[in-house]
Ligand binder design. Structure first.
Ligand code: PLP
Length: 449
């Protein structure tokens, strides 16, 4: 076990004193102190094991030995900035290119999803020479000021909406304006973007970009309806803008059937700019923007160098290459298809027995369980969702979290080595918790639980 430096209460006291209070902990009432991890398991300071359904960053499993080996081997030889010519950055870009449509072929390596999205915004604005951006409602694209501006999830609580930012409805077929009973929700939601573009034009403005996650996650684990992105891209491009896909959460095979979630749209849909991050370095800070030759060309033509001190360094790229190897060698996409389907089907069975389960949706190991106090009205069961999270941690040592505008969607984005046994355990425990809650707890929605 890793050496214990501080008692838990001392760590907590120091954290309160030294770390900004807006940097919140999971389970802030009684945080878990994790001292080591392996695969999909976390271990606390007493050696107790927790099943991790949260860490989509530790994509191929916590502390995967192949990733550690690649990192330490490269650290022992060279780590320098990317202005020195080195093989790793080009070999890694070449491997990533092989997973993408041909037109996405120019890479910029950075250190976080926020940096990637900030650069994507710059690329779009430079290429189109326009400023305005369309984003989806409830979206989150990062913590930099430029991204707070295009993240309704944040700007609604802070400075408000800038005049160059326009919010399109979230294409949520469970609780949005067009449901699953609509004959073509993809087209209907895409038309809301078309209408928005017309409104922007009436104001005498022009768009630079439509910016969206390929599966809106903070929005509540939303699966975009078929045909949506293709149609939106058509409208956006004909208005002179570009389509930016944020794959920071959804990339690297999480959806199983495809390497990138935008590919779920089918029909050869391809964004003009795509960003990636979280799972890319399995916990090492590594992120990237990929775009077309034309867009990259416009960025180069402004004559200003783009230099990123840490982005694309030999160690980061060695780690990125090792992550790609593990995804392939351990068939983690196949695992995501199999275990994800089992998890989703098992949760759907709970829906038949528990009134509180309003919706179960997902693809691969990107799954959401939406809780409601009233199925007809779809009233969000926010407190019940919080209770499920708390009980899973305290009674079963399972870590899950919630998302969605009302924090009533229990989300599952575990490391990709998550097994059928893990899924079976989680569903069994949720079943027990929902059964215990059934009689009394729906009434508690308006009280403290
Ligand atoms: C969809 C999405 N984009 C961008 C980001 C920002 O990434 P980072 O925290 O690495 O800056 C996040 C982080 O949660 C995210 O979920």
């Amino acid at each position: 076990m890793a050496e214990q430096k501080l008692r838990k209460e001392d760590t907590l006291a120091m954290r309160h004193r030294l770390i900004g209070q807006s940097c919140r902990l999971f389970y802030s009432d009684d945080p878990v102190k994790i001292v080591r991890a392996r695969g999909q398991y976390l271990f606390d300071e007493n050696g107790k094991r927790y099943l991790d359904c949260i860490s989509n960053v530790q994509h191929v499993g916590h502390c995967h030995p192949a990733v550690t080996k690649a990192a330490t081997a490269q650290m022992d030889v060279l780590n320098a900035n990317s202005r020195f010519l080195h093989d790793n950055i080009v070999l890694y870009a070449d491997r990533l290119a092989a997973t993408l449509p041909e037109k996405l072929c120019v890479f910029y390596f950075v250190n976080s999803g926020s940096e990637a999205n900030d650069l994507a915004l710059r690329l779009a604005q430079q290429y189109t020479q326009q400023e305005d951006v369309i984003v989806l409602d409830h979206a989150y694209h990062g913590h930099l000021m430029s991204l707070i501006d295009i993240s309704p999830y944040k700007f609604r609580k802070l400075a408000g909406q800038k005049e160059w930012v326009h919010v399109a409805p979230l294409p949520d077929t469970y609780r949005g304006i067009y449901g699953r009973d609509h004959p073509n929700p993809g087209q209907a939601y895409a038309d809301t973007v078309k209408d928005l573009i017309e409104e922007i034009h009436r104001k005498g403005r022009k768009i630079s970009a439509f910016f969206a996650e390929s599966l809106p996650s903070v929005g509540g684990q939303i699966i975009l309806p078929q045909g949506y992105s293709t149609k939106v891209a058509e409208y956006v491009r004909s208005a002179g803008g570009v389509f930016v896909a944020d794959e920071v959460q959804t990339g690297f095979g999480r959806v199983g059937s495809h390497f990138w979630a935008f590919q779920l749209q089918g029909g050869g849909f391809c964004p003009d700019i795509m960003t990636m991050g979280k799972p890319m370095g399995n916990g090492h800070p590594l992120a990237c923007v990929v775009t077309t030759v034309e867009i990259a060309g416009a960025f180069t033509a402004n004559g200003v160098e783009y230099f990123n001190t840490f982005g694309g360094n030999p160690v980061s790229c060695a780690i990125g290459l090792a992550v790609l190897d593990v995804i392939e060698e351990e068939d983690l996409r196949g695992n995501s298809i199999r275990v994800g389907a089992y998890l989703k089907d098992s949760l759907a069975k709970l829906q038949a027995r528990h009134e509180i389960v309003g919706d179960v949706r997902g693809v691969g190991l990107f799954v959401g369980l939406e809780l409601v106090t009233d199925r007809e009205k779809k009233t969000p069961a926010t407190k019940a969702a919080a209770r499920v999270v708390k009980k899973l941690k305290e009674e079963d040592r399972i870590c899950v979290s919630t998302d969605g505008p009302w924090e009533n969607v229990v989300k599952f984005k575990p490391p990709m080595c998550f097994s059928t046994e893990d899924a079976e355990l989680v569903v069994r425990c949720i079943d027990r918790i929902l059964t215990e809650m059934k009689t009394s707890d729906l009434k508690l929605e308006n009280e403290d639980i």
